[in-house]
Design a protein around this ligand. Structure first.
Ligand code: CA
Length: 231
């Protein structure tokens, strides 16, 4: 098996971290386990992992604070793996720079899929950037010509709709919060005007989805935001 990336698991529940570490090793990854935030920082500086899996409820510090700390010196992909099902916690983790989140209990296959998304993002950043044309099923976007087509027929998007669509595509597979979209697309610094996002998203979906009730591309993450389908 090819040598894959190094993954740091910061999790105080030994049963969970052990289970994740064994599964990761089976899939060819190198896994390091930290049981506290302090140990996590220490192992990070020693091993420079490619991805961090972060539990929010740690014995020595709040996982959100640790996330902020990592973001002061590193853009390493961080996937929050937390038992806390509260929507607000997920949203604040994502707004503080987490790349994704999973709520316990989860299937290992789901975690591996999220890890692959993070790896691909990392390779894109390291490589020559996104492809000039995005193509998936009936949707095609030519970034140079700023042209969006459905089954070869050009559709007209407003500038905001176009920016919304390209922002989603550039972060394909990753969940984007309402606040993130307000910042990226509208340039707002603050605010929780999720209605604006919803209205524009509904219009965009009408233009690119065949069935807006069962979207193929723009998936809703209830209470959090949106995710562009990963395949
Ligand atoms: Ca915990």
């Amino acid at each position: 098996m090819d040598e894959k990336g190094k993954i740091l698991i910061i999790e105080d529940d030994k049963y969970i971290s052990g289970f994740i570490a064994v599964s990761l090793k089976k899939n060819g990854y190198l896994a390091y386990v930290a049981e506290t935030g302090a140990q996590g920082l220490f192992l990070y500086s020693n091993h420079h992992p490619d991805i961090i899996l972060l539990d929010l409820g740690l014995p020595d510090m709040d996982g959100i604070d640790l996330l902020k700390e990592f973001r002061t010196f590193s853009q390493v992909p961080i996937i929050v793996v937390s038992a806390r099902a509260h929507e607000q916690e997920k949203v604040s983790a994502l707004d503080q720079g987490a790349d994704d989140y999973l709520t316990k209990p989860f299937f290992m296959g789901e975690l591996l899929a999220r890890i692959r998304v993070s790896e691909r993002k990392k390779n894109q950043v390291a490589g020559q950037g996104p492809e000039p044309i995005f193509q998936s099923d009936w949707l095609s976007v030519d970034f140079e010509k700023r042209r969006v087509s459905i089954e070869g027929e050009e559709v007209h998007l407003t500038p905001i709709e176009y920016k919304l669509l390209t922002t989603l595509i550039h972060h394909q597979g990753k969940v984007l919060t309402h606040l993130f979209l307000l910042r990226e697309v509208w340039g707002y610094e603050e605010g929780s005007d999720t209605k604006t996002v919803r209205v524009f998203m509904a219009n965009l979906r009408r233009k690119i989805e065949k069935d807006t009730m069962k979207p193929r591309f723009i998936l809703t993450e209830v209470g959090v935001g949106y995710r562009f389908a990963d395949d």
